[in-house]
Design a protein around this ligand. Structure first.
Ligand SMILES: C[S@@+](CC[C@H](N)C(=O)[O-])C[C@H]1O[C@@H](n2cnc3c(N)ncnc32)[C@H](O)[C@@H]1O
Length: 286
């Protein structure tokens, strides 16, 4: 399938308008692979035909399916492991102390893809059930991709997906095998979390004030402007002493003035106001 400049510009424009994600020139090689299955399902023979149908707006839902197919949904359980250990065994203990009276924690996984990140947290809390007895732990996963959110809700993973990042003992404990080498998350974990279709361009989901926010491997392909706006939004949706966890290759440095590195847990971030950092805000960031 030949992807010419005009076609890739139209597709890149559609993706950016709907999600904020940029399909930079260096990532345009993905178009062909990403759209193959969708074109087969819809019996669309060529990319030109797909673009013509899109532009004509003749097929309802096609634009959304194209956007879904172009999004990078790569994820796996306990991705990069170390930040999860830092979060669960370090930073969350601080919140455990400061929330001891109300016994509530609200956690938002923004851009959670097919749910592995959300279930990783839910399993970890369930495994520490004595410590968290009496607490209300609300974990919400959101994503702009309806397809990803639908899959997350099913909690059903292939053999390959369920083994990625998840130790066998956890797999056996929290998943039930179904026909065709599929593994379904157990109902007690499934029912302890919620999923919602949501774009980071929109106001944050309820309750709108979170103690922990994971926004991992999502901001990478936003423009600087969109990334800054999203950081502002995450800050406005955070409790004063909230924790922010980004992807392994991501940072707040040079991206936002709202968050700074958590000095006690390097690799995690916190609101500037609570950090004791006193230098004045700069009016513009790179
Ligand atoms: C590479 S995956 C990362 C998944 C998971 N956070 C992880 O680190 O394993 C990026 C996810 O961000 C989602 N995404 C992209 N743009 C978004 C937006 N504007 N609002 C919400 N989610 C978005 C994509 O659909 C995709 O599922």
């Amino acid at each position: 399938m030949e992807v010419n400049d005009a076609s890739s510009r139209i597709l890149a424009g559609l993706l950016e308008t709907r999600t904020g994600q940029q399909l930079t020139i260096s990532r345009r090689w993905r178009i062909e692979t990403a759209l193959k299955a969708l074109m087969r399902e819809r019996a669309i023979g060529t990319l030109d035909q797909l673009i013509a149908t899109l532009v004509a707006g003749r097929e309802p839902g096609l634009a959304e399916e194209v956007v879904d197919a172009l999004l990078n949904n790569e994820t796996y359980f306990y991705r990069d492991r170390a930040p999860f250990d830092l979060l669960l065994n370090g930073a969350v203990r601080r919140l455990e102390r400061t929330r001891a009276a109300e016994k509530r924690l609200s956690i938002w996984c923004a851009g959670c893809s097919t749910g592995q990140e959300v279930y990783s947290l839910a399993m970890a809390f369930a495994e520490d059930s004595v410590r968290w007895r009496g607490w209300k732990i609300d974990i919400i996963g959101t994503d702009v991709s309806r397809g990803a959110i639908e899959r997350a809700r099913t909690g059903l993973y292939s053999q390959f997906e369920v083994q990625r990042g998840l130790p066998v003992l956890q797999m056996i404990r929290w998943f039930e095998e179904e026909e065709g080498q599929q593994w379904r998350i157990r109902p007690e974990i499934r029912d302890s979390v919620r999923f919602q279709h949501h774009s980071l361009a929109e106001p944050p989901p309820r309750p709108g004030r979170f103690d922990v926010i994971l926004c991992r491997n999502v901001l990478l392909y936003f423009s600087n402007e969109m990334r800054r706006a999203v950081f502002d939004k995450l800050a406005s949706a955070s409790a004063a002493d909230a924790i922010l966890m980004l992807g392994a290759g991501e940072t707040v440095i040079g991206q936002t003035e709202e968050f700074v590195s958590d000095p006690d847990h390097r690799g995690l971030y916190m609101r500037r106001e609570r950090s004791g950092v006193v230098e004045p805000r700069r009016s513009s960031v790179g």
